[in-house]
Write a protein that binds this ligand. Structure first.
Ligand SMILES: NC(=O)c1ccc[n+]([C@@H]2O[C@H](COP(=O)([O-])OP(=O)(O)OC[C@H]3O[C@@H](n4cnc5c(N)ncnc54)[C@H](O)[C@@H]3O)[C@@H](O)[C@H]2O)c1
Length: 267
């Protein structure tokens, strides 16, 4: 059996006809998620900042064309409670239901390089936490009532393996991703009685444009070699775990963080 990206594997059943909200959909990884959900027959509301409209619209058009699900772009800032309300209203108006939320938006590429924690400034720290942590919480807060009303749902947050390994040069990002995992557990405890599951995916270093703005070629190559499955990681490698957590195939799994990194970090 070859070591193919998870997107090459059959998708779990039970997502067709569901509605999924994916944030950070205007970048490469979020775009892969949108296309993967549409390919299962789920309809997708792709959320990102308006400035990503060109990429986000290209993603939603491609996803809708290849289907069978349909995808629409909903510009929104995940740090804004009122934007989240508009996203939920648009989702219900467009597709009549809201079953899955993928909290994928983050300040990652926009970190603009690595620097010692002694050189980070308060504004940078606050912005990373506003998007990565507050944005994730506001998303959960916004979708929970619709999920509770319809008898349940699945929320998948995106953390990072650096939340547990630590990493040099972006302490605010590392701390924010550890916070996302704590929030995942808290939300799972609170929402479980309503059949709303909350899990997280912790990706390893993905060999994409965003990672290349922060890391050298040598660093990326060393990360690839350090894996049990020693190759570069692609966005599509995350798809299988994400679809599984979103689908009824994982119906008794909640509060967990699934590490998807080719076997580099064992927890
Ligand atoms: N790329 C990696 O190696 C890697 C590794 C581990 C975890 N992750 C996580 O995976 C996710 C996707 O990573 P990526 O490489 O695509 O990152 P990225 O920085 O390229 O993309 C993040 C997306 O989030 C959007 N976003 C930022 N602020 C927003 C806001 N306020 N409102 C709405 N959208 C906003 C951006 O516009 C962008 O499209 C992130 O959560 C990231 O932390 C990435």
């Amino acid at each position: 059996m070859s070591n193919l990206p998870a997107s090459a594997a059959p998708a779990p059943a039970g997502l067709a006809g569901r509605t999924v909200v994916v944030t950070g959909a205007g970048a490469e990884i979020g775009g892969a998620y949108v296309r993967a959900f549409a390919a299962t027959g789920a309809n997708v509301v792709a959320v990102d900042l308006l400035r990503t409209a060109r990429q986000a619209l290209e993603t939603t058009r491609t996803a809708s064309r290849t289907g069978p699900g349909r995808a629409v772009f909903a510009p929104a800032d995940v740090t804004s409670q009122s934007d989240w309300q508009l996203v939920v209203e648009r989702t219900i108006a467009e597709f009549g239901r809201l079953d899955v939320l993928v909290n994928n938006a983050a300040v990652y590429r926009a970190l603009s390089g690595k620097r010692p924690l002694t050189e980070l400034v308060v504004e940078e720290w606050d912005q990373v936490f506003a998007v990565n942590v507050r944005g994730t919480w506001l998303g959960i807060k916004a979708v929970a009532p619709a999920m509770v009303d319809s008898g349940g749902g699945s929320i998948v947050n995106v953390s990072s393996v650096v939340g547990r390994t630590g990493a040099v040069g972006f302490a605010h990002y590392v701390a924010s991703k550890a916070a996302v995992e704590g929030l995942t557990r808290a939300a799972a405890r609170e929402l479980g009685e309503h059949n709303v599951r909350v899990n997280a995916v912790a990706p390893g270093l993905v060999d994409n444009d965003a990672s290349r703005t922060l890391n050298t070629e040598t660093y990326l190559a060393a990360a690839a070699r350090a894996r049990s499955l020693p190759r570069p990681m692609q966005a599509d490698d995350l798809v299988g775990a994400l679809l599984w957590l979103a689908s009824p195939a994982s119906s008794f799994v909640t509060g967990q963080t699934v590490v998807v990194d080719g076997g580099q970090v064992f927890t």
